[in-house]
Design a protein around this ligand. Structure first.
Ligand code: FES
Length: 580
């Protein structure tokens, strides 16, 4: 590292000087046996570790952190690991999404308040990746992200079973009596057979893949299996690389540009990835003052082929996706649509990544000319039911329901839905539209993944496998069906979804991008006069903060006070230690 660069290290503000503060700071490291030669004139690299025994998806990150440390040390930096909150999708209730912003604040404030020159972010399960990227965007210290990787494939009775996707499928069979208790117990023992994130293109693999597409992760690394030794080699390489990023002063805002977000949106569409990624990308861009809108997703989806044959939108799993070439292969197949000038943390451009990429299995990652759908994998709907937009993943929707009209069957809440959905006396027909409300960002709070409303058991027994379902909720990236999500504004703040009554007629037209409630405006105005917001029991602590400040889904569900209000706010750097 050059003398000039050494003088400008952020960490030196803590460790230099003879006054008591400098001594105190140096004594902290000496207390852990770290002598001055390890950090004076050397970059201090934070390793933000979301390892937790409450999160099986991130349970491999301890080993990954050790490998990162080896890389940092080899490149002449000092690695200092610190824990952060870890968001495990399965155990956290009502939803890990409730805590995404809390994790983003945790990581950002740890970076701001400590003597860190650059950071390696260790992520994996769904919300951990966007939370860290939101933090990185706001803190803007040199950053590289490393994923824990997908878990290995599970098998049951000779069939490869995908996390989530096949769980929902077999759950339907169990509910309708096609599987018995013994089958179900046997299935339970097979579904989760290793650490790592879900082994399909759920939210976790989508988001780590999009981190790569944004340029924030080493190319080709997000889909390496959690149990593959290559995962540790990548971690070590990332440790080496972050030291260089500090030396070259390359920061997240140099990488996550408006053009990089367009690239990421196109990769999301090509993947048939999770609808949750729409909310997360908007939130990350919002931290950078980049206005990424739902309209932009729709515009780019119409011109981006959906090419990835991986569950839940296709038939393969993440192991096959990685073997086929992973994210670089996807970018190569749609290379004519991407901005090749965007930078990556590897030092290369996206164009160079594409040049070096190969697709090894065109059944899994297809050429654009043989796309599964030439017009993308998501659509943004608007209309009097969703004035600010709603999302549908067309790659998992039924063709015959793309244009549909049906009676509304309304559920006031998730509990109401659970209590009534399988009752024999529920007035429901196969062509009805199932409506779930008060499940949005403020409604629960935290916008849980309740949007894939189960098909009523009596219809399922009659052979019905899909219905139009609409809500202000989200759905798991592993889910499927003709499911309209993220309706904004949500019912809990008085969005039109709050006014729907049983028997109202709803129309959905995906080619036309509309979602309409066929009820006269004067009738809706009368209903609005008597509408009352739902009462929420969460009145204190973090849920209170969340309800008071969370933005709607079309704005990424970030907190209003975490988005920069101006260019000046974007450039603001917190004061550090004072005298030295
Ligand atoms: Fe963690 Fe799916 S539950 S990645």
């Amino acid at each position: 590292m050059s003398r000039e660069k050494q003088q400008t290290l952020r960490s030196a503000e803590w460790f230099r000087g003879r006054a008591e503060l400098g001594l105190q700071h140096r004594a902290v490291l000496r207390a852990m046996g770290i002598e001055a030669e390890h950090y004076q004139d050397r970059p201090v690299i934070g390793i933000a570790n979301s390892w937790s025994e409450l999160n099986n998806c991130n349970a491999g990150l301890r080993e990954v952190a050790e490998a990162v440390k080896r890389g940092v040390l080899a490149a002449g930096g000092l690695p200092l690991e610190f824990p952060t909150i870890s968001l495990g999708e399965e155990l956290m209730k009502p939803s890990a999404m409730l805590y995404r912003n809390l994790m983003a604040m945790d990581v950002e404030e740890m970076l701001r308040s400590n003597p860190i020159d650059g950071v390696v972010l260790l992520c994996n399960c769904d919300k951990t990746t966007p939370a860290q990227l939101m933090a990185a965007a706001s803190a803007n210290l040199p950053t590289i992200q490393v994923a824990g990787g997908p878990r290995t494939s599970s098998y049951w009775r000779g069939e490869e079973i995908g996390s989530g996707t096949d769980l929902w499928r077999y759950w339907d069979q169990y509910r309708s009596g096609l599987l018995d208790r013994k089958d179900w117990d046997e299935f339970e023992r097979c579904i989760g057979c290793s650490i790592g994130n879900c082994n399909v293109m759920g939210t976790a693999s989508t988001m780590t893949g999009l981190s790569e597409a944004l340029g924030m992760m080493l190319p080709g690394t997000s889909s390496i299996a959690a149990t593959d030794a290559l995962r540790l080699a990548v971690a070590e390489a990332s440790g080496r690389r972050i030291v260089q990023l500090v030396t070259d002063d390359i920061r997240p805002r140099d990488i996550m540009t408006a053009e990089a977000f367009d690239n990421a949106v196109r990769v999301l569409i090509a993947l048939g990835g999770s609808t949750n990624a729409i909310i997360h990308l908007i939130a990350i861009a919002g931290r950078l003052g980049i206005p990424l809108t739902l309209d932009r997703f729709d515009e780019l989806s119409r011109s981006t082929p959906f090419i990835t044959d991986v569950k839940p939108s296709g038939s393969h799993q993440m192991a096959a996706f990685h073997a086929a070439g992973g994210i670089p292969a996807v970018m190569k197949q749609i290379g004519h649509l991407l901005d090749h000038r965007c930078r990556t943390v590897a030092g290369s451009t996206i164009g160079e990544v594409i040049d070096a990429a190969r697709c090894f299995d065109s059944n899994v990652i297809r050429p654009a000319a043989e796309a599964l759908d030439g017009e993308g994998s998501v659509a943004i709907l608007t209309g009097n039911l969703a004035p600010r937009g709603a999302v549908i993943k067309t790659s998992v929707a039924s063709r015959e329901l793309m244009v549909h009209k049906g009676r509304a069957v309304v559920f006031e809440s998730y509990e109401d839905m659970l209590n009534r959905i399988d009752r024999e006396d529920l007035d429901v027909r196969p062509d009805d539209v199932l409506v779930l409300r008060n499940a949005g960002p403020k409604g629960v709070p935290g916008m849980p993944e309740w949007g894939m409303i189960p098909i009523p058991a009596k219809l399922q027994r009659a052979g019905v496998t899909d219905m139009v379902r609409i809500s202000d909720s989200r759905m798991s990236g592993t889910s499927y069906g003709t499911v309209v999500l993220h309706i904004a504004p949500e019912a809990a703040v008085g969005g039109p979804l709050a006014l729907v009554q049983n028997g109202d007629v709803i129309t959905i037209n995906i080619p036309e991008r509309t979602l309409e409630l066929l009820v006269d405006e004067s009738v809706l105005a009368k209903r609005r006069e008597t509408w009352k917001p739902p009462v929420t029991p969460h009145l204190r602590g973090y849920p209170r903060l969340y309800i008071d400040h969370v933005l709607q889904a079309d704005q990424g569900c970030d907190f209003d006070f975490l988005r920069p209000e101006s260019e000046e706010a974007l450039r603001f750097v917190h004061p550090t230690v004072g005298r030295s």
